[in-house]
Design a protein. Sequence first.
Lengths: 307, 418
Amino acid sequence: MNTNGEALRLEAVSKSFAGHAAVQELTLGVPRGSVFGLLGPNGAGKTTTLRMVMDVLAPDAGAITVLGQPAGAAARDRVGYMPEERGLYPRMHVDEQLAFLAELKGLARAEALRRAAPWLERLGLADWRRRRVNELSKGMQQKVQLVATLLHDPELLILDEPMSGLDPVGMDVVRDVLLEAHARGCTLVLSSHQMETVERLCDRVALIHRGRLLLEGTVAEVKRRHGGNRVALVVEEGDPAFLWGWPGVLAARREGARVELDLEPGADPQPLLREAAARLRLARFERVEPSLHQIFVARVTAAGGTA
Amino acid sequence: MTRLWAVVRREYLERVRSKAFLVGTLVGPVLLGALMVGPGALMSRQRGQPLRVAVVDASGRLGADVEQALRERRADGQPRFDVRPAGAGSLEERRARLRQQVLAGELDGYVLLPDGALERSQAEYHGRNVSAVMDISLIDRVVEERLQARRLLDAGLDPERVQAAQRRLDLKTVKLSERGEREDRGASFLLSMVLLMALYTSVAMWGAALMNGVIEEKSNRVVEVVVSSVPTTTLFAGKLLGVGAVGLTQLSAWAVVAGGFGLVGSQAAALSGLKLPEVPLHLLLFFVLFFLLGFFLYGALYISVGAAVNSQQEAQSLVFPVILPLVVGVMFFPVVLGSPDSRLSVALSLVPFWTPLLMFLRMTVVTPPAWQVALGLALTLLSIAGLTWVAARIYRVGILMYGKRPTFPEILRWVRHS
């Protein structure tokens, strides 16, 4: 198995529905072993993209490669998929359900049942094994769904909004389980519009808007390239008003003792620091790292839309 | 293959384990049997008390005769009529009095023989309950016999000799076939009807079950996980096979129950002179074959409807054109049963939508030429191939479409572009 290549590759993929372009010439690569966040506002084309990866939808144009093979039957068994709209058979028993979904991935029934037992034990569902799914609470159903996604030990996990509808405890469970899978070498691709989730989990992100790619890269890269040039200082003594007219300062804001300055792209803040240190008594001087959330909102707004 | 099997198994077990299946399988034939045997049994049992009647004779020549005949008439070995005196007085007075008695519940009714009853062969029955068809037809027969006997006597003929000369014909019908001959008294017709209705009911019922399964999978969203694991054609085929197997299971259960009824019933039937038809093995095999063909044909349509809609309410308007050919096919049964080898019957039985019903119906009464059966099967199989191809495409697109119900042109576009 090639562990250095890409787990997923989209090449100029397009898909439209009844004249509406949902995804337009999208090109993306997901390195093996990464945790990849597909970001975008509602309606950006995230779900359509993931559905094409799972061959649930066929792209109008472009090529999709999953684990080195064209999207479709070949790679399916090595991929785990949790759609945004979760669903299980309401009248099936929990273990029957898990066995069935694993059988569809090519696992033998007995093997599936054997593997399910420790999962159910761990997630506190052991006593619910012989219960019908519609007797379970929503949170328990989500856990069953998660187990179903993992039972066949996939190399690639595709998760559409994995945290939506979860309470904080549920979120922690999902995060732990996903990180464990990642530690075993599984590549994760997850879509989300919740930036905190992505920032805490992902090492790479892609932002799409109206079916098009806006930016892509590691989280650090994205922040560096798109974060702007901003510094903040906290003033203990002195009047910082001279900073407003300082060369290279585009804008300045003051909130009590804290002053935030937007600098020209590429401008070096060191001369500014020296000047400020000379004229003011400073409690703190720092570069401000923008959150993904801020970048996201700024980029989507700039591209002409609401986040 | 193992994945197809997993789908078949799931579809099968989920339905066979349900309470609805158990109830339908066990209660269905009992209900059907009760419906067929029940009313007759109840009617003959509920005869109960003899009917209290009086006879008013305007002519004055027939009354005593009719009263006597009514008194002697028996039903199930018991006197059927309790004949009460009509009393004295004018015709109007007697009628008024009897009317009071009927309304007071002292009398069930009275027979009025008007003037000229003999010449015009007319009589009246006045009673509270004029829906007791069996009793009333008995009165009709008794009065008619007495009037005829009186006319014969008047003409100088001996009623008993005339009756002997007019003995009713007992026409035996014997069914001839390659497998020998067998006396038949209408049981063959009954068998054809029962088998046809069983076919129709099973195809319609399990077709609808198929559709509801698709709607359910779609509305609880589990379908997306499934089609991300197996091709939609596997899921589609698994549903047809799984639910088809459920239908066969139920039909087998019905056959066993019917066989049990038959064993018990044959003794009773032997007493009443009715010979229960035997169902030849080849007919049973064709029944299974035609059920499967009909189920696959209509099942493909039902699946398409299920995939196109969001709820069972929405399905109702779309399902009508699916059921229509099925119902129309059943409505042709008198035509086909009446003359199973006529050009019309042959033509109807070769229309793929009707072959499973009407070709089979013909086979229950005659042995159609082998080429007709083969042609019917071939056309049906071709239609199934074509329809499942179309339905699978509608299915593939439809199961992920939520929101507004698609229009017919939109569904056609799915077929062309999926």
